[in-house]
Structure formats: C-alpha cells, structure tokens
Design a protein around this ligand. Structure first.
Ligand SMILES: [Zn+2]
Length: 191
C-alpha cells in the first residue's frame, strides 16, 4: 500500500512498468550512494524493505534515476556542452548531498533545504518517471544556488524578449494546462 494515503496511478501510463525491469540490484547498489539516498528517510513504507515494489516511493525514484542515468545512447559522455540527456545525471550527482523521501504537506512536489533535497508524495504519485527525473534536476538547480526568479536571456522561451510566436504558443499551452514542458516544472507545484 502506498504511503501518505496516496493512490497509485496507472503504471503503464507513468512508465513505471517500463522502467522497473531495468532497475537491477547492480544499478541500485550504484545509485543508492551516487544519488545520496538517506536510509532513515526511505524506510517505514517508503520502499527500503521492498525495493522492487513500484507502488512505493523508493522504487519509483529508482526508475527515474535509471532514466536520468542511461537515457543517452553514449551515457558515459557527460559533457556540459552536450544536451541534458548527457549532463543532467552528472549535474544531479554533483549537487545532491542528501536525498530524502517524505509525505510533505501537499503544498510542494519537493523542496531543497540547505544541502538536502526532500521529495514528497506529489513527486512520487502525481509525476511520471520522466517527471520525477525532472524534479531531481529542478531541485539540484536549487542546490546549485538558483532560485525561481532566474533571469532568462532575451530570445529564450521564458522571460523578456521571447519571440511573438513563442509567447502565443506559451499562452495557449498555459490555457491547455501543458505546464510540464517548462524546465522549471509545472508552475506552482514545484518548490
Ligand atoms: Zn523549485
């Protein structure tokens, strides 16, 4: 049974059924220290005792850690000059210092406090496998010192100077509720 009184959404849709078979014991043994999971915060129903159970938070985050780690065909190329499939895993690995799981109070998907990142029920159960990986990158960016009011350069998709077509498209997406395409995550749900 899922903790935090959460219901588990369809696991074909979320990608959990796709990724779970890829998460081997060997991967877990590597990912656990690499992404700095803190055991005390992944026990008591969060999955430490039942790590292959994708109803539980730990297995769901391991699925996203696998996606983050291996989505580039040449995943050993972690160059920051490449695209995010290459550097996102490196960035999270370099920034995360303590990774906690918790229920949260429902007001945020995740929060970064000082050197620790806390992932909450909304991350585990409202986001799909790539969405949870996105949360890891988002929170790692906070660890890297960036707040939400980052100044986007002129001509970029966000902020001043964006092209008229982009602005119209962004407005249409906002109306359609397609916030997921924002690198900052759906507005108002991530912290
Ligand atoms: Zn945030």
């Amino acid at each position: 049974m899922a903790p935090c009184s959460a219901t588990v959404p369809d696991k074909d849709t979320s990608g959990d059924n796709l990724y779970e078979p890829l998460v081997t014991q060997e991967f877990i043994d590597w990912a656990w220290p690499t992404y700095k999971f803190v055991k005390d915060h992944w026990t008591n129903g969060f999955g430490w005792e039942d790590v292959g159970n994708t109803d539980l938070p730990l297995a769901r985050i391991l699925n996203s850690a696998w996606l983050l780690t291996y989505s580039a065909e040449d995943y050993l190329n972690e160059d920051y000059n490449g695209n995010a499939l290459h550097w996102a895993r490196r960035y999270v690995r370099e920034q995360v210092n303590q990774l906690w799981g918790a229920c949260g109070d429902g007001s945020a998907i995740a929060t970064t406090f000082g050197d620790r990142i806390e992932l909450y029920s909304g991350c585990f159960y409202k986001k799909d496998v790539p969405g949870r990986a996105e949360t890891l990158v988002h929170e790692a960016r906070h660890r890297g010192g960036k707040p939400h009011n980052a100044k986007f350069p002129a001509g970029s998709t966000f902020g001043a100077g964006r092209k008229r077509g982009q602005a119209a498209r962004a407005a249409a997406e906002a109306r359609a509720g397609a916030g997921r395409r924002s690198p900052a995550g759906p507005r108002g749900t991530a912290a």
